[in-house]
Design a protein around this ligand. Structure first.
Ligand code: MN
Length: 252
């Protein structure tokens, strides 16, 4: 007999790092993502970035949801562009793992939430492109790269949310103040996605796929705000609920 999914497994791909005390290479992820998922009723599973496709698929098939976290820049070859001088260093293994997981999730209906780099991974996985550096490629843009000059919870700008979107229903408001720690952004929107939030300078701050049970990307960092802001907490609660439904409805 199938067991009901109470605590849906939420995969959170990790990044390569070298900040362990010994200097040994490690895989890591920010605690705020893990804590936001846990508080929303999910069971977070950190996954390594150096897996071959068979091992990755074995993990994916046991997940009920996928959270694509923030991080460094995707290599622009993944959207067919030469590297811009202001594009940051990329991590090929992480790029491949996250793009693969994103493509599977989008094609098969696994609930997926993309945050910061994560919205960019979703857009590129589905065939879209990115601004490699907002400040040098978008004349008149606001300052979106507020970290490390400002705290991670610093509310840098408003976003206007489309009234008929899933995001507006979750947040319960059409204007919301957000933090902003990105120097890249969605440029050409991928087929299948809709823009559902923009910054005052017109930059894309959220996208959704309405033909998917839950595929949402936000350019800000709700995991840093969830403790103090109920609308940001609801983002994780709705995502985890969608993952729980997936776990209960998908054939196992
Ligand atoms: Mn922003």
């Amino acid at each position: 007999m199938d067991k009901a999914t109470v605590y849906p497994l939420i995969g959170i791909p990790s990044r390569s790092d070298q900040t362990s005390r010994s200097g040994t290479p490690i895989f890591a992820q920010n605690r705020t993502y893990v804590e936001a998922v846990t508080k929303a009723g999910g069971a977070p599973v950190l996954t390594p970035p150096n897996l071959d496709e068979r091992a990755l698929r074995a993990i994916y098939e046991r997940l009920d949801g996928l959270l694509l976290a923030g991080g460094g820049d995707l290599h622009p070859k993944h959207y067919g562009e030469a590297i811009h001088e202001k594009c940051g260093q990329s991590d090929e293994a992480r790029d491949v793992v996250e793009l693969t997981l994103a493509r599977w999730s989008l094609a098969e209906g696994l609930p997926v939430l993309g945050i910061c780099r994560g919205i960019q991974v979703l857009n590129v996985a589905a065939g879209g492109t990115l601004y490699q550096d907002i400040a040098s490629q978008v004349p008149g843009s606001l300052k979106h790269d507020c970290w490390p000059d400002y705290p991670r919870k610093y509310l840098a700008h408003q976003v206007t949310v489309s009234g008929d979107s899933q995001l507006a229903a979750i947040l319960g408001q059409s204007q919301v103040a957000v933090n902003s720690m990105h120097h890249q952004a969605v440029k050409d929107l991928a087929p299948g996605f809709r823009v559902v939030a923009r910054a005052p300078d017109g930059l894309i701050e959220a996208i959704e796929d309405h033909d998917h049970p839950f595929a949402l990307g936000v350019q800000w960092h709700p995991e840093e705000l969830a403790e103090d802001a109920p609308p940001m907490r609801r983002l994780f609660e709705d995502f985890v609920s969608a993952a729980r439904r997936w776990g209960n409805e998908s054939a196992r």
